[in-house]
Design a protein around this ligand. Structure first.
Ligand code: K7E
Ligand code: CUA
Length: 654
């Protein structure tokens, strides 16, 4: 009976919260908890595959997680900007260089926006990019291996938030700084901010093979550049960045940066930028930054240091940037699938301001300017206005689109999603979210051809949606079926970190290209051994390299002698398996890093420094076979001043 009482209590608490959080916004289009029909829509039977892969940013976990839709099943956490002991990311010798920056080795970041590569404005499944907000970087993940293969640092940026949104053929991914800073960095009074701090917008060129390179940076006024989206179709060639703090305040921004009735969307013509660069009309600035690349053949990451960047100054580059006034400190900026409408989500307002790209071009042509800021023309507000969505929701943050001419906007303050018609601006439907939605995502919803069907709400506050787990409850995602006229809630599921944005792509675009093994004969790791005959232990001064192999269910060698206290021992472990889904693990007692998790055909390296004489066990951490528990070995460690003979073996000579 106690249980029942508890349920009643929870039900009552829930009701209270609904009344407080949602202001009675439920219109009955969906029950708050869904029904049997809803369960059917999210149900993917055991053994069946999901229709979509969804990639959710890891927020303050710094990673990227992969879920199936509509089931909400977590498939994988891809380590990106934070070390991950499960996969040895940032712990093994191969991947340590991936987390090097000009500030040194950094084991963490805050990742907000995954963005799939596109061809003709449609996500193509080659790569997914994601930003690091704190120490400005962009990472590229290869979607054949679901591994991070490149990370580039962004110099002159103070926090990479409006990033890494792609152009429609992945010519570039962009990176606008959220915090303006002195450029180049130098000491000055903080109150000297206005006029002296700058905001940099970076364009990172993506080569055909995916390699990233900073093509140029635009030195903008010291505003906060919050989000971005590139044009598509008719507006291809442009990128739109929202800004706030056009007041240029350096303190108490919640008040000081909320004074101007309108801030700006910066419209950047990157084709014009390319022309200025081609004509040599730029400044080469000294700025050092790192680029880290993981080579799939050598299976090693390496770091390159770059020393200069090309900078464009808008005041010297007519036609490069225009400001579109946008009310109330806009957060998201979203471009509809036709490329005609640019939606500003003014986060302190109840309305959405939609600009017309065609009208913007006409206003530029007619020089219909109201003002200028630091040499950048400010277009007349009415001249570019396409329409206003009068929603009665509060706190719009982000908008996504379906393939049927509808838009979906998240409202943080009133905790709801509002569906509206592109072109007529009429509100069609609204549903509550539990609670306080940030981004939302429709598969392909920021592309030219959205797949539609589902809408994922990425909520900031979870409260009573799950059983309590101490003071923290993981952030809740909520899945809606949008295939009918009304949005229908069909699933809640917990997420990792605090996802901001997400992307999704039909599963069949990816899974056929998904790599199942690394071919042993293509393994060019400098310390690979391709058979048990080649294993060895090599001493060079106090550096000892142990070349090991794994195959179900033993290590070769598994008895090793001749190691001394004070040695630096590198275990180079090659997994000889050539079967799908047969990794082996490797862990040694007292190692001050992590396990290794070695995929079939791969080589990974663990550094270990033995601390005292003894016999130390090592073992396989991944349950690989019926005799996995037998997959172990020993290392004899001798005293520092001894002179032991190096020996290794596996099995007994008969
Ligand atoms: Cu709106 Cu960082 Cu994209 Cu969060 S941001 S919600
Ligand atoms: Cu190999 Cu367990």
């Amino acid at each position: 009976m106690k249980v029942k009482k508890l349920q009643n209590l929870i039900g009552f608490a829930l009701m209270l919260v609904l009344m407080v959080s949602c202001g009675g916004n439920q219109n009955g289009s969906t029950g708050p908890l869904g029904g049997g029909g809803a369960a059917q829509k999210a149900y993917v039977a055991p053994g069946e595959y999901d229709e979509f892969y969804a990639f959710l940013s890891g927020g303050f976990s710094g990673q990227l997680s992969v879920y199936g839709l509509p089931s909400g099943r977590l498939f994988k956490v891809i380590p990106v900007f934070s070390v991950d002991a499960e996969k040895a990311w940032g712990f093994n010798e191969e991947t340590k260089p991936m987390l090097e920056t000009s500030h040194g080795f950094i084991p963490w970041d805050d990742s907000h926006h995954p963005e799939l590569s596109q061809t003709d404005g449609v996500p193509d499944g080659r790569w997914i990019f994601i930003n690091a907000n704190n120490t400005p970087r962009i990472a590229r993940i290869d979607l054949t291996t679901f591994e991070t293969v490149e990370i580039i640092e962004l110099p002159n940026s103070g926090g990479n938030h409006s990033s890494p949104f792609t152009t429609e053929n992945t010519e570039y991914v962009v990176a606008g700084t959220r915090f303006s800073v002195p450029v180049p960095q130098q000491e000055m009074a903080i109150e000297a901010y206005a006029g002296n701090f700058k905001g940099v917008l970076s364009y990172v060129k993506i080569a055909d093979d995916g390699r990233m390179d900073i093509a140029f940076q635009i030195l903008m006024p010291g505003f906060n550049y919050d989000l971005a989206h590139s044009g598509k179709g008719k507006s291809d060639g442009w990128t739109f960045f929202t800004s706030y703090n056009t007041e240029e305040s350096n303190t108490l921004l919640e008040v000081e940066a909320s004074k101007n009735d309108k801030d700006f969307i910066a419209a950047v013509n990157w084709k014009v930028a390319e022309q200025y660069i081609a004509d040599g009309n730029y400044e080469e600035m000294n700025s050092s930054y790192l680029r880290n690349f993981y080579d799939e053949h050598t299976q090693m990451a390496s770091t390159e240091k770059m020393n200069t960047v090309k900078v464009l100054k808008p005041e010297d580059c007519p036609g490069l940037v225009y400001f579109l006034p946008c009310p109330k400190s806009p957060h998201g900026v979203d471009v509809d699938p036709t490329g005609e409408y640019i939606v500003g989500n003014g986060k302190l307002s109840a309305e959405l301001t939609v600009h017309s790209f065609t009208k913007m071009l006409a206003a530029i042509e007619n020089e219909d300017f109201d003002d200028e800021r630091y040499g950048i023309p400010v277009l007349n507000f009415d001249a570019t206005l396409a329409g206003i969505v009068k929603s009665t929701g509060l706190g719009p943050l982000h908008t996504e689109f379906d393939g049927d001419g509808n838009a979906y906007t998240s409202f943080f303050i009133t905790s709801e999603i509002i569906k509206w018609k592109v072109g007529t601006w009429e509100v069609l439907d609204r549903v509550p979210c539990y609670y306080s939605i940030g981004h939302l995502m429709v598969p392909g919803g920021d592309s030219r051809e959205p797949w539609g069907k589902y809408l994922l709400a990425l909520n900031k506050i979870t409260k009573d949606r799950y059983l309590p787990t101490g003071p923290e409850v993981n952030q809740a995602a909520q899945l809606f079926d949008i295939s009918g006229g009304k949005m229908e809630l069909i699933l809640d599921f917990p997420t990792i970190g605090e996802p901001h944005y997400a992307q999704a792509i039909p599963a069949d675009v990816l899974f056929e290209n998904s790599k199942q093994i690394y071919l042993l004969e293509e393994n060019q790791h400098p310390h690979a051994v391709k058979s048990e005959e080649e294993v060895k232990v090599v001493r060079d001064g106090n550096v000892v390299r142990i070349y090991l192999t794994t195959i179900r269910s033993h290590f070769a060698p598994d008895n090793i002698e001749g190691i001394k206290v004070g040695d630096e021992v590198y275990f180079h472990v090659t997994n000889l398996e050539q079967d799908y889904d047969v990794p082996h693990g490797f862990a040694v007692m007292g190692a001050r890093n992590s396990e290794l998790l070695i995929m079939p055909g791969q080589t990974e390296t663990l550094l270990w420094k033995p601390q005292y004489p003894g016999v130390i066990p090592f073992y396989c951490t991944d349950f690989c076979s019926a005799l996995h528990q037998e997959m172990q070995g020993y290392i004899r460690v001798s005293a520092r001043n001894s002179n032991p003979e190096i020996k290794w073996s596996v099995g007994i000579d008969e």
